[in-house]
Design a protein around this ligand. Structure first.
Ligand code: NAD
Length: 492
C-alpha cells in the first residue's frame, strides 16, 4: 500500500501549503490507489510565485554563467544518486514500466548535461569595423520569469527539456506539471533546493486550466513553453500570443511508419512493436499507423500480430512487465471506443486488447496491445491521436503513395521508414512533411543537442525545445553598434 502524499507548491524556496479547496486526487493507474492530493493553485498563488521569481531574477541574471551552471552539475549528481527512487515514482504515478522510466529519466539527465555547456552556448558574435572605426556586437540576455506547462506522459524528461536551459541562461523558471503526475516534479524541486539554488530561481505550482491561465496572463511572465495535446497547445499558443508572450507549444501526433519490401522484417516488427506498444502507446513519438508497400504486407502483418500477442502487460514496478496501463479510466474508455468505431468503419481487428485485465490489478486501466488491419486513410482511427497501444495497418503499392498518406495527416511530429535502400531513404527524408524522421528506427527522439522538431499540428511556434533552440528561446538578442573616436579617447 502506498501512502497519500499531500502536495505543496514550491514558491520562493519554501514548500507552501495551498489555500485552495480545489484538491485533486493523484491515482496510480495500475492499482487504482490514491497516491497524492494535489492543490490547484489559484491566480493569487500564481501571482506570489511570479513576483518571487521576478525578485530572484535581479541577482540571478547577474550571477556569472559559469557559476549558474555549477548548480546544474550538482543537480546532475543528485539525479544520479536518487535515480531509482525517482524512476519508481514515475512508474507509480504515470504507469510506464520501470525500464521505460529509467530510459526517460536518462534523457532528462542528458538535457541537464547539455545545458551545463551554457557558457559556450550563450555566446554572441561580433564584427570589428562594420564601418570605419565602428564595431558591432550581438549579446544574449535572459528574459525574466519563464513558465513550462507539461503533460502526463514524460514527467521526468519533459520538465528537463526546459528547466536547465532556462536557468543556465539566467532566467527564473516556474514549472506547472501535469496534475496527473505531480510527484516527479516535486522530486526535482527537492533536489534543486538541496543544491542550494537561490530562492525563487526555480518554483513549482500545481494546477489545471485556471493556473495555466493565470501564468499566461500575468504581466511579469515573459515566455511560455507548453507540451500536451494539440487542442490545448492551440489554446495556449493563441492566449500567450494575445498577451504578448514568447511561446512554443508542442502538440499531439499521429506517426506513420512505412515498411518497404526490402526491410528486415523480424527486426522491423520488433522495433515497431516497441514504438507502438512501449509506454502503452502514450508517447508523442509512438508509431500508431504503418503503411506496408507491396509484398511487405503479409509477412509484416503476421510478425506484428505475433509481437502484439506476446507482449507482457503488467504493473510497471515488476521488472518483467513490458507494458503498463494507460493513464486514466477515461483514457481507457476513449481508446476502447475508437477501436469499436474503427470496426464499424470497416477495419478488421486482428489482435483485440479490450476487456483484458492483469491478475492482482483489477483496478488498473488496462488496454492490451491491439492490432487493426485495413484501416481506411479517411477513417477515425487513421486521423485521431488515440494515445494508447493501438496499431493500425494500411497497405499500398509504392513509396510515393505511402508518402502521400503521411503528408495528408494533420500532424507532423514523426515519420519512419524501414528499408535497405539509400535512394528510398533519401526520397523519404526529402519529401516527408514531418519534423522528426526515423530511418530503420521506431522512436526518432532527438538527442538534447538537437531540436525536438514537430511540424504542422504537432507544433506551434518557431523555436523548439532542447539544445540551441532552447538557448535562443530563453534569451533575447541585443545588438550594440559602437564607435570610440580617438578624439574622445585622448580626453580620458
Ligand atoms: P493535455 O493537453 O491534457 O495537458 C497538458 C498540460 O496542459 C497539463 O499540464 C494540463 O494541466 C494543462 N491543461 C489541460 N487542460 C487545459 C486547459 N483547458 N487549459 C489550459 N491548460 C490545460 O495533455 P496530456 O494528456 O497531459 O498529454 C498527452 C498529450 O501530450 C498527447 O497529445 C501527446 O501527443 C502530447 N505530447 C506531445 C509531445 C511533443 O513533443 N509534441 C510530447 C509529449 C506529449
Amino acid at each position: 500500500m502506498s501512502s497519500t502524499a499531500e502536495l505543496k507548491h514550491f514558491i520562493g524556496g519554501v514548500w507552501e501549503s495551498s489555500q485552495t479547496d480545489d484538491i485533486l486526487k493523484g491515482i496510480n493507474p495500475a492499482t487504482g490507489e490514491a497516491i497524492s492530493l494535489i492543490p490547484m493553485a489559484s491566480s493569487a498563488e500564481v501571482d506570489i510565485a511570479v513576483r518571487k521569481g521576478q525578485d530572484a531574477f535581479v541577482e540571478w541574471r547577474r550571477t556569472p554563467v559559469t557559476e549558474r551552471v555549477q548548480y546544474l552539475f550538482a543537480l546532475r549528481q543528485l539525479l544520479e544518486q536518487h535515480f531509482e527512487e525517482i524512476a519508481s515514482m514515475m512508474t507509480q504515478e504515470c504507469g510506464k514500466t520501470i525500464v521505460e522510466s529509467r530510459a526517460e529519466l536518462r534523457r532528462g539527465v542528458e538535457n541537464v548535461e547539455v545545458a551545463c555547456g551554457m557558457p559556450s552556448l550563450i555566446q554572441g558574435y561580433n564584427n570589428e569595423d562594420v564601418a570605419s572605426g565602428i564595431d558591432e556586437h550581438m549579446i544574449r540576455q535572459p528574459l525574466g520569469v519563464v513558465v513550462a506547462i507539461t503533460p502526463f506522459n514524460f514527467p521526468g524528461m519533459i520538465p528537463l527539456w526546459f528547466l536547465p536551459y532556462a536557468i543556465a541562461a539566467g532566467n527564473c523558471f516556474i514549472l506547472k506539471p501535469s496534475e496527473k503526475v505531480p510527484q516527479t516534479g516535486a522530486w526535482m524541486m527537492r533536489l534543486l533546493n538541496e543544491v542550494g539554488l537561490p530562492k525563487g530561481v526555480v518554483q513549482m505550482v500545481h494546477g489545471g486550466k485556471e493556473t495555466v491561465d493565470a501564468l499566461i496572463e500575468h504581466p511579469l511572465t515573459r515566455a511560455i513553453s507548453f507540451v500536451g495535446s494539440t487542442r490545448i497547445a492551440r489554446y495556449v499558443y493563441a492566449k500567450a500570443a494575445k498577451h504578448g508572450k514568447r511561446v512554443q507549444c508542442q502538440g499531439g501526433a499521429k506517426n506513420v511508419a512505412v515498411i518497404l519490401e526490402d526491410a528486415e522484417m523480424e527486426l522491423t516488427s520488433e522495433i515497431l512493436a516497441d514504438s507502438a506498444f512501449g509506454c502503452a502507446g502514450q508517447r508523442c513519438l509512438a508509431n500508431s499507423l504503418a503503411v506496408t508497400v507491396g509484398e511487405a504486407r503479409d509477412v509484416f502483418t503476421e510478425a506484428m500480430a505475433g509481437a502484439a500477442r506476446i507482449r507482457r502487460v503488467g504493473y510497471g514496478l515488476d521488472e518483467n512487465s513490458e507494458m503498463g496501463p494507460v493513464i486514466t479510466p477515461d483514457s481507457q474508455s476513449t481508446i476502447e471506443n475508437i477501436v469499436g468505431v474503427s470496426e464499424k468503419e470497416g477495419a478488421r481487428i486482428l489482435v483485440d486488447g479490450r476487456g483484458r485485465t492483469v491478475d492482482g490489478f483489477k483496478n488498473g486501466n488496462w488496454v492490451f496491445p491491439t492490432l487493426i488491419d485495413d484501416v481506411d486513410p479517411g477513417s477515425t482511427l487513421a486521423k485521431t491521436e488515440i494515445f494508447g497501444p493501438v496499431f493500425g495497418l494500411m497497405h499500398t503499392a509504392n513509396l510515393d503513395h505511402a508518402i502521400e498518406l503521411i503528408n495528408s495527416q494533420a500532424y507532423g511530429n514523426m515519420a519512419c521508414l524501414f528499408t535497405r535502400s539509400g535512394a528510398a531513404a533519401r526520397k523519404f527524408r526529402y519529401e516527408v512533411d514531418a519534423g522528426n524522421l526515423g530511418i530503420n528506427l521506431g522512436v526518432a527522439a532527438p538527442m538534447p543537442f538537437y531540436p525536438f522538431s514537430g511540424w504542422k499540428d504537432s507544433f506551434f511556434g518557431s523555436l523548439h525545445a532542447q539544445g540551441k533552440h532552447g538557448v535562443e528561446f530563453y534569451t533575447q538578442t541585443k545588438v550594440v553598434v559602437e564607435r570610440w573616436p580617438s578624439v574622445w579617447s585622448r580626453k580620458f
